[in-house]
Design a binder for this molecule. Structure first.
Ligand SMILES: Cc1cc2nc3c(=O)[nH]c(=O)nc-3n(C[C@H](O)[C@H](O)[C@H](O)COP(=O)(O)OP(=O)(O)OC[C@H]3O[C@@H](n4cnc5c(N)ncnc54)[C@H](O)[C@@H]3O)c2cc1C
Ligand code: SF4
Ligand code: SF4
Length: 464
């Protein structure tokens, strides 16, 4: 019997809930369901007596090949391909937006534009991406779409668990060419599954990646809906995470929830959403062990243009990293035409736009791996090595956020009763951490000039 995902991944709290294991299980005994924290995990509907181990072989948190090794196989021999350890393989990079899709999309609408274009031109028969379900317990799920309007309606970022087991079953059943959107770990899972399954390999013709800093649980959405003013969280039927306001910069977007009676509640990023996001409240543990920023195995990756020259524009702008020669031609052909407004941007700028996520997934990851190993936890093999040496303030920040990550999940369970969250008591429980975060930030502000002074005096000393 080969090891399986339940013993190796779920029991070690390393599952991101992508659903790929359940999608490919030949016995169909794995099913995906919520755990108490509002995260998806697989469970066995009956004892596995085959022990084929396929579930673990397709799991992005199993010790399978890493993104660099897989990327080399997929893209390494393509003409004009370049490689950087931060981005993985890439052909070219662009900045821009689609005028038609920008308003309803997360950033510049380039992802929705490309997906609808692939359908319109008959390059794919189906697009698979998450879409709203109007179901309070399952606000979004991956769906298969064959018309452009549905794809347009599905635009926007989904900071909510979605899993792929059902759509993988459908791809295996129904022949055709599919384009699938996904976060880096989901794209890796699809690539691993495609290595093992000919139908998936032939039918998934494009993977459309999104840069990812972290995922959030269902309870995160309940929390922000509650602070936005929803009293009865069982009645929240739909949410939108990235509303745009003309008077605000792109970074200060709003979350909006709509209940079954149509009443809407809105809260801006800097009115409480950012506190939960940045401090990693409700983030799955698996995200602590992720080193892929740019969805290195996707044919094209979309992200926000978090650069000063773009982020003031409330409508949002994309940066785009292209790996597929077909998609490159597709974008190049559109330059100068009406549909999209894009231009080339140096890869250094793309990297600069995601410096925070790179620090999180490379530098901070080294220290997280070190701590986990010290505590005897099982962690997946990563491309960065465990490392204790990291600044004192950084160490405190990482530890503090790890505590908030755990505590937010437990406090939510304690104070979510009868479909209502007792926000005050929840926040009172988080208060000591919020206080420490503020203290750490002020020490950081003081430490910076001291570091600069030290650097200058070292330099002066060297000159003498
Ligand atoms: C959890 C998460 C974390 C992210 N973190 C970052 C970050 O740190 N930095 C950054 O620059 N960008 C990040 N992004 C990407 C960013 O939010 C936008 O999705 C990206 O810029 C594309 O914008 P767009 O306007 O082109 O997309 P749109 O035109 O709105 O199209 C987005 C497409 O992706 C699909 N989609 C949305 N959410 C998901 C999901 N969870 N899984 C699979 N498909 C999905 C939609 O259905 C739609 O088809 C993140 C996205 C998500 C979902
Ligand atoms: S991460 Fe995905 S493939 Fe791995 S156990 Fe979880 S649901 Fe299954
Ligand atoms: S941070 Fe990594 S593990 Fe978490 S959802 Fe994003 S890509 Fe997946």
């Amino acid at each position: 019997m080969k090891p399986n995902v339940i013993d190796e991944i779920v029991k070690n709290n390393l599952c991101i809930g992508c659903g790929t294991c359940a999608g490919v299980c030949p016995q169909e005994i794995l099913k995906i369901q919520d755990n108490e924290y509002g995260e998806y995990i697989p469970y066995e509907t009956q004892m596995c007596d085959s022990g084929c181990g396929l579930c673990l072989e397709v799991c992005p948190f199993g010790n399978n090949e890493n993104e660099t090794q897989m990327g080399a196989k997929i893209y390494g021999s393509t003409q004009g391909m370049k490689y950087l350890s931060e981005t993985g393989y890439y052909l070219d990079s662009y900045a821009g937006y689609s005028s038609e899709f920008r308003q309803s999309s997360a950033s510049g609408g380039m992802a929705a534009w490309l997906l609808t274009k692939l359908l319109k031109e008959g390059i794919v028969d189906y697009v698979i991406c998450p879409t709203s379900q109007k179901n309070p317990e399952k606000l979004f799920s991956f769906e298969i779409m064959s018309d452009e309007n549905s794809v347009k309606a599905a635009s926007g970022s989904v900071y909510y668990p979605v899993e792929m087991s059902e759509v993988i079953h459908k791809i295996l059943e129904v022949p055709g060419h599919y384009a699938v959107t996904g976060l880096p770990c989901f794209v890796k899972a699809l690539r691993l599954a495609a290595q093992k399954n000919r139908k998936l390999r032939e039918r998934i013709v494009f993977t459309i990646g999104l840069v990812c800093g972290q995922m959030k649980s269902k309870n995160y959405t309940k929390y922000i809906a509650a602070i936005a003013g929803n009293n009865d969280l069982k009645k929240v039927q739909s949410v939108y995470y990235r509303g745009k306001s003309p008077e605000k910069p792109a970074s200060n977007y709003y979350f909006q929830s709509t209940d079954e009676h149509g009443s809407q509640h809105k809260i801006f990023w800097n009115e409480g959403v950012s506190e939960a996001w940045i401090n990693r409240w409700f983030t799955p543990n698996a995200c602590n062990y992720c080193d892929d920023v740019f969805a290195e195995l996707a044919d094209v990756t979309f992200m926000d243009a978090w650069l000063p020259e773009y982020s003031k524009d409330s409508m949002g702008t994309n940066l785009v990293l292209v790996r597929s020669p077909e998609i490159l031609v597709f974008i190049q052909e559109e330059i100068g035409k009406k549909e999209i407004n894009v231009s080339k941007i140096p890869i250094e700028k793309v990297i600069k736009s995601q410096m925070g996520v790179l620090d999180l997934k490379r530098n901070q990851l080294s220290y997280r791996l070190y701590i986990a190993l010290q505590e005897g936890q099982k962690v997946p093999e990563k491309r960065v090595h465990p490392k204790e040496k990291i600044g004192v303030l950084k160490k405190r920040e990482i530890k503090l956020k790890a505590r908030m990550q755990k505590e937010s999940k437990e406090l939510f369970l304690d104070y979510y009763k009868d479909t209502t969250l007792d926000i005050k008591t929840f926040r009172d429980g988080m208060q000591p951490y919020i206080k420490q975060t503020k203290q750490l930030r002020s020490v950081g502000k003081l430490a910076l000039p001291i570091q600069i002074i030290k650097k200058i005096s070292r330099r002066e000393g060297n000159r003498r």
